[in-house]
Write a protein that binds this ligand. Structure first.
Ligand code: ACO
Length: 335
């Protein structure tokens, strides 16, 4: 068995800033409502015709590869997490392989929404620890804005999400005291539809023809979220899975140097912070600036925290996520 570590990090967000005030011009909402319920002040939206989920992921990946100090051709495998792929199929993993002009390495797509990045690094971790691969590129990227209902009908969801990408290179680590100590993954499909985007799809029994039997005016073409139910489950599962990770490594909440939670809602992060008795410096939040970027939120936040010197050698870093599926997970890392 080898050890694995995060060897390089990068992120990319589109330049176009959309404030809460901007949203209040197209739907019945207000800066006050959005900030009070979610903590979000602004988010980034791709200007149509510029970036895609893949192109943002490629930009983040280039930075991560450079910071890992390797050549793109040293990448042995690609894992791409998103809920907003460029195409129905193939997934964006192969598009990254093509656009980075990497040799014919394997490319895998992860469909685990807000938990996508934690699931993806868990897979990468196993490949590196087993010795199968030395360097795995993990990308989380989302282009939400083109798929949101930007009318008052969709305001409960549309104000929350933003666009962006983050990436990490997971590499072999020789020092056995450092790196990804463990990852912990869970799901509860019983609640699949509580946070979902149903159409277009073949999942409804009456859909015999994907064009004729799917009605674009149908609300199921937009993300649906049972907000309060998601909130209640999120705070419980975040706490459980962080504790599970700590206990597995015989650690306690007091050992955490920095927690990077999936940026679902500032209120969820604050709840978890309080539960574990962490200070403001020990929980990294950037949802105020980017909204919820789903699979991209942890790698963007982790990269920013690292760039700001808040993730240092020897630190105990905890990543945790909860989202659609429901799925949730954590990663315990000795930096
Ligand atoms: N602006 C103004 N009013 C709004 C908006 C909006 N953007 N959205 C909803 N409202 C209204 C509703 O219509 C409702 O009005 P009514 O009382 O007249 O019917 C009122 O505000 C309250 O709506 P609720 O949905 O009950 O508001 P709530 O306090 O639950 O807040 C929120 C909604 C922020 C979505 C909350 O439930 C939440 O944070 N849930 C957690 C889910 C989450 O964080 N999801 C992130 C994505 S999923 C993930 O990453 C895990």
């Amino acid at each position: 068995m080898y050890n694995s570590k995060i060897a390089g990090l990068g992120y990319y967000v589109p330049e176009n800033v959309v404030t809460n005030h901007d949203l209040s011009k197209v739907m019945d909402t207000s800066d006050e409502w959005i900030q009070e319920r979610t903590g979000i002040k602004e988010r980034r939206h791709v200007i149509k015709g510029t970036d895609t989920t893949t192109s943002m992921g490629v930009k983040a990946a280039k930075i991560a590869i450079e910071r890992a100090g390797i050549d793109k051709n040293d990448i042995d495998f690609i894992i791409f997490a998103t809920l907003s792929p460029d195409y129905y199929f193939p997934g964006p993993g192969v598009l990254v392989q093509r656009d980075l002009e990497i040799d014919t390495v394997g490319a895998l797509d992860v469909r685990n929404q807000c938990s996508g990045f934690v699931y993806a690094i868990s897979v990468a971790d196993q490949y590196v620890k087993s010795g199968m691969y030395q360097n795995v590129l993990v990308v989380g990227s989302e282009l939400h804005s083109h798929g949101l209902d930007m009318t008052t009908r969709g305001r409960g969801v549309s104000v929350i999400f933003g666009d962006g990408a983050g990436a990490a290179v997971i590499s072999r680590e020789e020092d056995s005291t450092k790196g990804i100590l463990s990852t912990h993954l869970h799901s509860e499909g019983q609640h699949a539809e509580e946070l979902s985007l149903i159409a277009p799809g073949m999942g409804k029994r009456w859909v015999l023809d994907i064009l004729k039997d799917n009605d674009p005016e149908d609300e199921s073409y937009f993300p649906y979220m049972n907000g309060q139910f998601v909130f209640k489950n999120a705070v419980v599962r975040f706490s459980e899975v962080i504790m599970e990770g700590l206990q597995k490594n015989k650690l306690a909440p007091t050992d955490i140097d920095i927690l990077i939670p999936h940026q679902a809602n500032l209120r969820i992060s604050q709840f978890v912070q309080k539960k574990f008795g962490l200070s403001d410096d020990q929980v990294y939040n950037n949802i105020m600036s980017y909204g919820n970027t789903t699979a991209a939120s942890i790698p963007i936040a982790l990269t920013e925290a690292w760039e700001e010197g808040k993730v240092k050698e020897g630190d105990l870093v905890v990543l945790a996520a909860f989202g659609s599926g429901f799925t949730w997970g954590s990663a315990i890392i000795r930096w």
